[in-house]
Design a binder for this molecule. Sequence first.
Ligand SMILES: Cc1cc2nc3c(=O)[nH]c(=O)nc-3n(C[C@H](O)[C@H](O)[C@H](O)COP(=O)(O)OP(=O)(O)OC[C@H]3O[C@@H](n4cnc5c(N)ncnc54)[C@H](O)[C@@H]3O)c2cc1C
Length: 534
Amino acid sequence: MSNRYDAIIIGGGHNGLTCAFYLARAGMKVRVLERRDIVGGACVTEEFHPGFRNSTASYTVSLLRPKVIADMKLHERGFRIIERTISNFFPFENDYLKLGGGPGRTEAEFARFNKKDAEAYPHYDAALEKVAQVLRDIALKCPPNVGGGVRSLLAAAQQGWPIAGLGLDVQRDLLDIFTKSARDFLDGWFEHDYVKTAFGFDAVVGNYAGVSTPGSAYVLLHHVFGEVNGKFGAWGHSVGGMGAITQAMARACAEYGVEISLEAPVSKVLVNNGKATGVKLESGEELYAPTIAANVGPALLYRQLVDSSDLDADFNRRIKNYKTGSGTFRMNVALSELPDFTVLPGKEKAEHHTAGIIIAPGMDYMDQAFIDAQTGGWSKKPIIEIKLPSTIDDSLAPPGQHVASLFCQQFDPKVDWDKHREKVADLIIDTVNDHAPNFKSAVIARQIHSPLDLERKFGLIGGDIFHGNMGLDQLWAARPVLGHGDYRSPIKGLYMCGSGTHPGGGVTGAPGHNAAAEIIRDRGTLWKALHRSR
Ligand SMILES: Cc1cc2nc3c(=O)[nH]c(=O)nc-3n(C[C@H](O)[C@H](O)[C@H](O)COP(=O)(O)OP(=O)(O)OC[C@H]3O[C@@H](n4cnc5c(N)ncnc54)[C@H](O)[C@@H]3O)c2cc1C
């Protein structure tokens, strides 16, 4: 392999691969350097116990932009999504709630608890959908760069104009979503705690916060702007696990000649006179390119790979204060049988086993989980989403057996997790067992990812699943730092193409797509400038 490229990508996560694909398709010679022995970052499938495979980190798909799927021809390369029959199942103390499953079913479920909430639901759904559309419209657009001149002003006007054209009701909802807590927002729509819980859960996923924390309503929205097979807001299962997405992406890259190196950790971005010139690997090898795109998060890039002397004091200070730490604990378990829920008994596969099963019985439960984590390091009664992908995908577990993803919220990233990891894993399994009493005895093996393990394995600083907090102060033009929301770093030739840029975390492909567009635009500008001066 050569040591000179048009572009080097640091990290082979799904956004790094997406960026590499678009650059290579534009004719550039691209090299991807991935630290692990597998591409995909947080979007991978791995065997965690002999015969049992699962999505190691991210586990469900919705946000991946249809344009990225189409451009990279992911369906032709093996990516297939199975829609959920019902979206979620919430076991409560003496009852349960099922969400989704076709026209009228959610309303009928809500009506069992509160008739007014059942009537309000279609209006809530329509309002949220209008706001989600705003997010969809800007997801594949570069945010305006504050202080970036006429082009930025035009970009701001272009992206702001459609919002100005929306009805006052949508503008009000938009303001609510961006500023309110999930609790305040949902109080404005519903009465019954179970109904609010069904939507409030989305606000604490990957968000180290309670449902009463101001700004938490936005995270709720971030989880509904996706779509599956054209159905807005739906979530689905990627056959073969999430790794099937990134394996298909790697194949798309290969078709355009992208060179991908595994077990190739980068230790430093090389900078000369304020311009990125290449990278140094941990092996000591140096590779050179006029364009470097960092798929790693801003905290890792600027605190570890870029020399602080190459950044000004103000930028260094802001990056030091960039907020990471989503408070997430992620386990995979191998199971001998399906969980038998007290409130909906049965070990034979039923539709609730194929849903996202949410252990978060109440809005207060979710707030208490956050309070516990702040005071004692983790919640005494954790919030857990259980997904049993083997109920719809027989490629993951031996016949008759199952795998479960346990995605758990409110675990302080600052805890010494080497000391407490096993104890907390036991607590999580016990909590599921409280609702499905055969669960503990069905566990054959478990794989634990505390926040510290997420950092060590995936390079997610503070275990942050989104490469940084998704609060208003770190969104859109301010992600990661105001003035650099347009994928360009303070160092010429160094770009950011991961989830720490707009539109943020999730398996979207959007940051990789948008960063590539800006890189190509800059090269075009440079090319024209060089051409003119001749
Ligand atoms: C536990 C968990 C659950 C999640 N669940 C979901 C979900 O169900 N659905 C969803 O849509 N999203 C989910 N997410 C979020 C989503 O997975 C991420 O936002 C997304 O995968 C990030 O993609 P990325 O390409 O931007 O970065 P990453 O996937 O983080 O990729 C960055 C890459 O850089 C590599 N790297 C790090 N350091 C170096 C170095 N020094 N040199 C070279 N390479 C390096 C890493 O190994 C990694 O491959 C989840 C995330 C986690 C962690």
